[in-house]
Design a protein around this ligand. Structure first.
Ligand code: SAH
Ligand code: SF4
Ligand code: F3S
Length: 471
């Protein structure tokens, strides 16, 4: 949903970007791999683990698909459209393979997990199919595929967290990084394919998370985003001491690394975010005042069908609670339009929750039925495409207005901005974000000597619905 942001922000906005190493971190490798990632931040983070495994095998990253010996697509199954995009890309690669015999094409991630051998057998599109928990076996699979065998590993694991693998930061701005803290999901939201493609929930060793964050800080990074499908159910038990680390404990531990290291996290399930987490957030200024709290629908009846386990009132009370702890906290959401049986009044309830929650921005989607999910088995996908589209566009229009109003409330305010790099529009401007995750663009001339990774106090003078402009 890039239209909400003129500057590129994060997760769903990103699609199919190729990766390349950080300047100064290029090493000469014998063979080259090219990787494109689709879907959520988790997938982008996984690609960095894959890169690390491939580096150890003597493969270096390239941005030029023509020079690659191995082409990988790290794929997403969340909506049908996401899968179609990947299929189109695979057809393009098939013709590349004709020109370059010996080129290996592999599918990683959620589509690999969902379709398993289908892509390999039925359609002859790929040489390699590797699910999200099987990346350690990539070297052997590449070997097999190179020898002309079918190379597939889509086994899901109950304990794989790749805790010991140091991700290779690819295509990084050197300032912000993702750190995966858990994998899988135990919730069973009825519309969602993730529990099937990512397997059971498991948390990563807290000490390895801390040391990865510390290492990033020492290398000049100034912001980490802790990633999981449901971060609030993070739960790690230290087997030696018996100490239990909750998400709130983990947040506190990472916040204590250095006051100059900003911490973000995603995603919070409204049913699981605790007062303890809010307390910790409120007491550490370097934990960003921003929570992504997907509502999905504003109708209690629909929420029940979605198996979200909260009501609209419960959700609104949670938003209220967040604002009590942190009046300046940014809140964003995910919203699905046209879920099974959705009536006009349900849709109105969604618009109403949006107005009451005053989201700063949202990711908004039309319901897309996914094979194998509870909703696909139990309910009919009965809302006509036209109606879904119209409801979605009403949701988007409302969000655009809420985003603009939220930005207008920031006019005249001064924010601490972490500089990430040049503005996309002009090299005369810096681009960074405030604690609330809003993008702020401001002229370099006013801040001589400033560099990416530094903090600047910027006063907002103008705004659009997507960006704040400082002067
Ligand atoms: N774990 C996160 C979300 C992961 S998927 C969470 O629980 O919030 C990201 C978003 O995609 C979801 O929040 C939902 O809004 C959307 N989504 C998931 N399945 C979908 C489907 N079948 N059709 C349309 N949107 C979907
Ligand atoms: Fe999907 Fe729900 Fe898990 Fe999020 S919490 S990944 S929406 S099942
Ligand atoms: Fe897509 Fe898988 Fe993420 S389905 S949203 S890439 S967990």
């Amino acid at each position: 949903m890039t239209e909400l942001w003129q500057e590129k922000v994060h997760d769903e906005a990103r699609q199919g970007e190729a990766y390349a190493p950080l300047p100064g971190e290029e090493i000469a490798y014998g063979r080259k791999f090219y990787i494109e990632s689709y879907g959520c931040q988790m997938n982008f983070s996984d690609s960095e683990i894959v890169a690390s495994i491939l580096n150890m095998e003597g493969f270096g990253a390239t941005r030029q698909v023509e020079e690659a010996d191995l082409v990988l697509l790290n794929t997403c199954s969340i909506r049908e459209k996401a899968e179609q995009t990947v299929r189109k890309r695979l057809v393009e690669f098939r013709s590349l393979k004709k020109q370059k015999p010996g080129l290996l094409v592999g599918v990683l991630g959620c589509m690999a997990e969902r379709l398993k051998t289908k892509l390999l057998e039925e359609e002859q599109l790929v040489d390699l199919v590797v699910g999200p928990d099987a990346y350690r076996t990539l070297p052997g699979l590449i070997q097999e595929a190179g020898d002309g065998h079918k190379a597939v590993n889509v086994l899901l694991s109950r304990d794989e967290t790749y805790a010991d693998i140091a991700p290779v930061r690819l295509d990084s701005n050197g300032v912000t990084a993702f750190v995966s803290i858990m994998r899988g999901c135990n919730n069973m939201c009825s519309f969602c394919v993730v529990p099937f493609t990512r397997g059971r929930e498991r948390s990563r060793d807290a000490a390895s998370i801390e040391s990865e964050c510390r290492d990033l800080f020492n290398r000049g990074f100034r912001e980490v985003t802790l990633l999981g499908q449901n971060v609030d159910s993070y739960h790690w038990v230290n087997e030696q001491s018996g100490t239990v680390v909750s998400f709130a404990n983990l947040l506190e531990r990472i916040a204590q690394i250095n006051p100059l290291l900003r911490i973000r996290f995603s995603t919070s399930h409204p049913k699981d975010i605790t007062d303890h987490v809010l307390e910790v957030m409120a007491s550490y200024p370097n934990i960003c005042r921003y929570i992504h709290l997907p509502v999905q629908s504003g109708s209690t009846r629909i929420l029940q069908l979605m198996n979200r386990t909260y009501t609209r009132e419960w959700y609104l009370a949670k938003v209220q609670r967040i604002r009590e702890y942190m009046p300046d906290c940014g809140i964003s959401s995910d919203i699905i339009a046209g879920f099974c049986t959705e009536k006009e009044e349900d849709h109105e309830d969604t618009l109403d929750v949006m107005r009451k929650s005053l989201y700063d921005f949202s990711y908004m989607f039309m319901y897309s039925e996914r094979p194998g999910t509870l909703a696909a088995k139990r309910y009919e996908d009965d809302i006509p495409e036209m109606v879904k589209k119209r409801r979605l566009s009403e949701i988007i229009d409302l969000q655009n207005r809420l985003s603009l109003e939220s930005n207008e409330r920031d006019l005249g305010k001064t924010f601490e901005v972490l500089v990430e790099g040049n503005s996309r529009r002009s090299d005369d401007y810096w681009m960074g974000r405030n604690s609330q995750n809003k993008v702020i663009v401001f002229p370099k001339a006013a801040y001589p000597g400033l560099q990416p990774g530094a903090y600047a106090d910027v006063t907002v003078r103008r705004c659009t619905q997507g960006t704040l402009l400082g002067e």
